[in-house]
Design a protein around this ligand. Structure first.
Ligand code: 6GU
Length: 251
């Protein structure tokens, strides 16, 4: 079977990726040839014998900048001809990027070829951004030591969306966020644990009432914890009624 998605990563810390891509669902997705993940050491593309990939910032000031030549050479080796380049999303991980979210995960999961460049220090030479990069992405408003953890976070979140990666039991249709709402509460055995019982309705076998209860709880959770999500999705008349009731009770 042909591999559906190619993911390349350019990093100065290739070993950071070893555990993550060789375990769990990322491992299984690669074994099934749904995705191929290749990690490239930026230092292998340095032109000097000391494998130096950073340098001082022109104009002065503290902080080092990733040099353009090794990054251009790495990208050209991975992507090949300029014609192919048009079909590759080249994503720079930087705290200055757009904030990654589930919509971006869905968007990127539809691509055939992604190339992640892990930023470091003060960043990369601007000519890399102007000539190679198609997307600049951050995973939130806090500062990490480099783009490696963000690359892993993003790869994990999109590989699990690829068709055939998750089995039915793990399916993402019910994920928090997937349908724009937070998840409903889950319970498993035992029925009674330290005096606390599972809601009786869930044991009733009445599937339409269970579906309704879960939808209500999703709405309730979302209203309580992330009300901004409610502005972004289409709600049915029934949903609206549930929300009105919840808002009324809270007053
Ligand atoms: Cl992509 N990089 C760094 N260095 N810090 C971050 C980030 C990225 N996203 C959030 N914080």
């Amino acid at each position: 079977m042909k591999t559906k998605m190619q993911v390349d990563v350019i990093t100065i810390f290739p070993r950071m990726f070893e555990g993550i891509i060789q375990e769990s669902i990322l491992k299984r997705a690669q074994q099934k040839n749904i995705v191929k993940i290749s990690i490239h050491n930026l230092r292998d593309f340095a032109l000097n014998k000391h494998s130096i990939v950073d340098d001082y910032s022109y104009g002065g000031g503290a902080g080092m900048v990733l040099k353009p030549e090794p990054i251009f050479r790495a990208v050209e080796k991975i992507v090949g001809s300029a014609k192919a380049k048009r079909r590759v999303r080249i994503i720079l991980l930087t705290p200055q990027g757009e904030t990654f979210d589930q919509d971006k995960a869905k968007e990127l999961s539809r691509e055939e070829h992604l190339l992640f460049i892990c930023g470091h220090y003060e960043g990369v030479d601007e000519r890399v951004k102007e000539n190679l990069i198609t997307d600049e992405v951050s995973i939130g408003d806090y500062v990490l030591t480099g783009g490696e953890l963000p690359a892993m976070v993003i790869i994990d979140s999109l590989v699990r969306l690829l068709p055939g990666v998750l089995n039915k039991r793990e399916s993402f249709e019910n994920d928090s966020f997937y349908q724009g709402l937070l998840d409903y509460p889950h319970y498993t055995r035992p029925r009674r644990f330290r005096g606390k019982s599972v809601p009786a309705l869930l044991l009733s076998g009445n599937h339409s009432r269970i579906r309704k209860w879960r939808r209500q709880k999703s709405l309730e959770n979302t209203l309580k914890k992330k009300p901004d999500l409610l502005e972004k999705i289409e709600l049915s008349a029934e949903d609206q009624k549930v929300l009105e009731e919840l808002r009324r009770k809270r007053k």
